[in-house]
Design a protein around this ligand. Structure first.
Ligand SMILES: [Zn+2]
Length: 185
């Protein structure tokens, strides 16, 4: 086993902390990835989740530099892929919470802590690719099955941001689109 895949290797340093709020993507196009999510329906969001997951998974399966960081404090495509996989899973968990409880508060999630604890850097890119497509498909199916009444249910982040299920769906899809842009720009 090479150094690059040894579990004895210490985890890489955390990526640049991303403490931006990002809820502005609901109101205006993202100047970086160009995504315009504010007018999307949940069916649009479902389709885009599947599309982005397929593109990301193909990249994870084929990029020769998949585990290389471009600079020391920016995630490799593999680490971004593992993060996006967790985003799909986290948003499905939060969606189920919004459907089951009235106006729930979401538990905090620190992506850098998770990246280090779960050793994103040591994951198998092919496995991440498979899991990414499955998790995106599960979330997409759940979005497609929502009734109009369910779209108006709400949930809150601890920083005070309030989402309806519809705005939550629009907010969600920006994340994988933006990270695909991160690894292909
Ligand atoms: Zn963006």
């Amino acid at each position: 086993m090479s150094d690059a895949t040894s579990p004895d290797r210490p985890p890489p340093p955390p990526a640049q902390a991303d403490d931006k709020d990002w809820t502005w993507v609901l109101e205006q196009p993202c100047p970086e990835c160009k995504a315009e999510v504010g007018g999307l329906s949940v069916d649009d969001v479902a389709d885009k989740n599947r599309e982005v997951a397929t593109a990301f998974a193909n990249l994870l399966r084929t990029r020769p530099d998949v585990a290389d960081r471009p600079v020391a404090d920016v995630w490799s495509p593999l680490e971004y892929g593992a993060h996006v996989l967790d985003v799909f899973r986290l948003f499905l968990t939060r969606l189920e919470l919004m459907l089951a409880e009235d106006d729930p508060m979401f538990a905090n999630w620190d992506p850098n802590e998770t990246a280090e604890a779960d050793r994103y850097d040591l994951m198998d890119p092919t496995q991440v690719a498979d899991d990414l497509e499955a998790a995106a498909a599960a979330l997409a199916s759940r979005f497609e099955g929502l009734t109009p009444n369910q779209l108006e249910r709400t949930g809150r982040r601890s920083d005070g941001a309030v989402f309806s299920v519809l705005s939550f769906a629009r907010y969600e899809i920006h994340d994988p689109i933006h990270h695909l842009w991160d690894v292909t720009r």
